[in-house]
Design a protein around this ligand. Structure first.
Ligand code: NAI
Ligand code: MG
Length: 331
């Protein structure tokens, strides 16, 4: 048995967490769970976004399944996600976007995995007010962080028998910073002669992703472009409810859905738990439980393909719990 930390989040977080845990238990995932409330409600009640006990649990288990958390825009506390990524140096944000026949979109052949550098670039949050009408923001790119994310992307390509890694950058304008990222990419690409590699400028990539998404396989890119592009690839496959992700570092790993806390549907028990469930499958694969992850993935595919017990975001009328029960039945 492996103990993992679970943050229930807020908004739809507790509902989808419950559904996911019920599937994990039915699938006999060899996991023990330490549950914590985190987020806006926890902040209002106890003054901390993440209670100390929750941090301690993660520091002990090193594995976190995290539900979405509400973050105030333009004011209030710093994003809990950014805090977690920085505190535990979760340098790689890996977001697979794959078309699913249950979700009709104009792009049926998308299978793109984005490796987004997660700790630097403009997201270091260093902004300086120069005068009343001028603000400077600092972009940081280091060889160390670039090497880690780029090498991870190539290793993943080799392990999963993927064929190509594309570096996305703006080195024509940002000659030093993105230039460094690109030159590190070329060095590391040479270590992986069995994997094809190329590089493209980010604006061109946005156009090509909507014209010819099937020509992309693995993308590796600095933080800001990765944030934007992974949402774009999410849009291609047509549904936030189906997008898992993992954030990994050298010692810690955090698995979460790409979507947020969906306050507009919170409490209605109609949220789609699949993104968090697939994140849990990535967690199982990460700890070596590939068979159980595969069983859950097949059960989800069966339910999606049957098209009967779908949540409203996929055109059905099932409740979150009913969908989870259908997945359990398919197991
Ligand atoms: P959102 O992803 O929460 O919702 C966008 C739209 O997608 C809404 O209409 C929502 O109902 C729908 N949706 C999202 N997840 C769904 C699911 N599982 N099933 C069915 N429909 C779903 O994005 P929004 O509204 O921009 O953000 C809400 C809050 O979440 C904000 O406070 C934001 O900061 C936070 N957020 C947190 C994230 C995290 O904790 N990882 C990530 C993104 C946003
Ligand atoms: Mg984002």
């Amino acid at each position: 048995m492996k103990t993992i930390t679970v943050f229930k989040g807020d908004g739809i977080g507790p509902e989808i967490t419950e559904a996911v845990i019920s599937v994990l238990q039915a699938a006999k995932a060899p996991l023990d769970y330490e549950f914590f409330n985190v987020g806006a409600a926890e902040y209002e009640q106890h003054g901390a976004l993440i209670p100390d006990r929750a941090f301690s649990s993660f520091e002990k288990t090193h594995i976190l399944l995290k539900s979405p958390v509400t973050t105030p825009v333009g004011k209030g506390f710093r994003s809990l996600n950014v805090t977690l990524r920085n505190t535990y140096n979760l340098y790689a944000n890996i977001r697979p976007a794959k078309s699913n026949s249950a979700v009709p979109t104009p792009f049926p052949n998308v299978d793109i995995v984005t490796f987004r550098e997660n700790t630097e670039d403009l997201y270091v949050g260093i902004e300086e007010q120069i005068d009343a009408d001028t603000v400077h923001a600092t972009k940081i790119i280091t060889r160390k962080a670039s090497e880690k994310i780029i090498r991870d992307a190539f290793r993943y390509a080799r392990e999963r028998k993927r064929h190509k890694v594309t570096c996305v950058h703006k080195a024509n304008i940002l000659k030093l910073s993105d230039g460094l990222f690109l030159s590190v990419f070329k060095e590391i690409a040479a270590e992986f002669p069995d994997i094809k590699s190329d590089d493209k400028i980010v604006d061109n990539v946005c156009m090509q992703l909507v014209m010819r998404p099937e020509t992309f396989d693995i993308i590796v890119t600095p933080n800001l472009y990765g944030d934007i592009i992974s949402d774009l690839t999410s849009g291609l496959i047509g549904g936030l409810g189906l997008l898992p992700s993992m954030n990994i570092g050298e010692n810690y790993a955090m698995f979460e859905a790409v979507h947020g806390s969906a306050p507009d549907i919170a409490g209605k028990h109609i949220a789609n738990p699949t993104a968090l469930l697939w994140s849990a499958c990535m967690l199982l694969e990460y700890i070596g439980e590939k068979t159980i992850a595969g069983n859950i993935r097949r059960a989800v595919d069966t339910v999606l393909a049957a098209g009967i017990t779908l949540t409203p975001d996929l055109g059905g009328s099932a409740k979150t719990e009913e969908y989870a029960q259908a997945v359990i039945a398919a197991l």
